[in-house]
Design a protein around this ligand. Sequence first.
Ligand code: DGI
Ligand code: FE
Ligand code: FE
Length: 199
Amino acid sequence: MYNKGLKEKIKIDLQHHLSGHRYAHILGVAAAARKLAQQYGYDADKAEVAGLLHDVAKQLPLQDMQSLARRSFGDTLPDAIMSIGSLLHGYAAVTIAKETYGLTDTELLDSLAHHTTGAVHMGLLEKIIFIADYIEVNRDFDGVEQLRMLAASDLDEAVLAGYDSTISHLLEQKKTIFVGTIVNRNGQIEYMASLQGKA
Ligand code: DGI
Ligand code: FE
Ligand code: FE
């Protein structure tokens, strides 16, 4: 299923549709996702395919993203997501994964949908793609080295640090913060506290 033929086909399509910069980022995310999957015990080929597809819709016009997202999610997405390409591209990627590559696995599709804003309860592949997006080799922001180390030692701490990094960045830039991002960060903190309770 998640074999070399599929990966090569996706890569050729990406090269046709995306800038060199975005393509390099995607290859970085796919490699980082593969490595995290090996470390945390997930199907590495599936994680690599999710990495390859996470930003497949990133450079489409907003209207195209909207119609793609509607085909998978109908009218269920908040306006705040439907109206901003930077928040919508993961949901649009779900439809491309399904319609162009015949992928139906829920964990994979969820990891595409939620890679930008996370989700209240993320599964392992969702966390892997969420974090791979920050730590891939081409990323160069303050704190990226720390996040790489955290990802290697504790995936849940890294997820929380990922939310914090995005929120800090948005605060600094005086940008709107999608309320769901805050809700999802709260969910991660509550999940981590529940693990502590069980320890
Ligand atoms: O697609 P990438 O650039 O690889 O990364 P991404 O999908 O994680 O994030 C895309 C952009 O979305 C990034 O510039 C930060 C922005 N973003 C993430 N969360 C929020 C947000 N923008 C707003 N306005 N609100 C958010 O909550
Ligand atoms: Fe993205
Ligand atoms: Fe990305």
